[in-house]
Design a protein around this ligand. Structure first.
Ligand code: TMP
Length: 207
């Protein structure tokens, strides 16, 4: 079996930048890895992504949103993640089930048990080996990012919502201490990159 690593964080946490730096690093090392983003990563899951994030879908119910994320994830798992893990590859995901626990369970208020239950059905297990949470508060993140992406329905939710997402992530860190690692990312991007590489080495996933 390969190794399954997920990245989590609030909007503007620098996740995309860190993932790009990591992908470049792994490519240089010659590591056999695959990368995908959530929601997305397959033709079907990318179509679901555009339905979820479309800002003209303001009437979307919280339950519909939660089920769509789980559907996109189920497709990605079956089509991409499981075959890659079975082939012994490293799988790097930009978001996974913890995003649903932070955004839909905590911030939307649907509750941990409900979101865990629909994802248990969608995924039939398959937890990550390691989750790296890029730790920066939404206030600091939006300041650094210079505002919100006006085309993204989730980003438009306001600071109160994103603060709840952040608090959700902090409680997940307490709930899953063995796999959920907080990475302080207030510093320079290369400092954060170095921290990530060191964690992967300490865990034995990189030499
Ligand atoms: P991205 O901006 O990191 O590509 O993620 C898309 C948005 O979807 C982002 O606002 C986080 C949100 N999201 C959820 O609310 N629940 C989920 O399960 C996932 C994967 C993402």
């Amino acid at each position: 079996m390969g190794v399954f690593i997920t990245f989590e964080g609030c909007e503007g946490s620098g996740k995309s930048t860190q993932l790009q730096l990591l992908k470049d690093y792994l490519t240089k090392l010659g590591v056999d890895f695959i990368f995908a983003r959530e929601p997305g990563g397959t033709v079907i899951s990318e179509k679901i992504r555009s339905i979820i994030l479309d800002k003209s879908h303001a009437e979307m119910s919280d339950e519909c949103e939660a089920l769509l994320y789980a559907s996109a994830r189920a497709q990605l798992l079956n089509e991409v993640i499981i075959p890659a893990l079975n082939a012994g590859k490293m799988v790097i995901l930009d978001r996974y089930v913890d995003s649903s626990l932070a955004y839909q369970a905590y911030a939307r208020g649907l509750g941990f048990d409900f979101i865990a239950k629909i994802n248990d059905f969608a995924l039939n297990g398959c937890p990550p080996d390691l989750t790296l949470f890029l730790d920066i508060s939404p206030e600091d993140a939006f300041k650094r990012k210079g505002g919100v992406d006006e085309s993204d329905r989730l980003e438009l939710q306001g600071l109160n919502f994103h603060t709840k997402v952040y608090e959700g992530y902090l409680s997940l860190a307490e709930k899953f201490p063995s796999r959920f690692v907080k990475v302080d990312c207030h510093g320079e991007k290369l400092q954060t990159h170095e921290k990530i590489i060191n964690i992967l080495k300490e865990k034995g996933y990189l030499r």
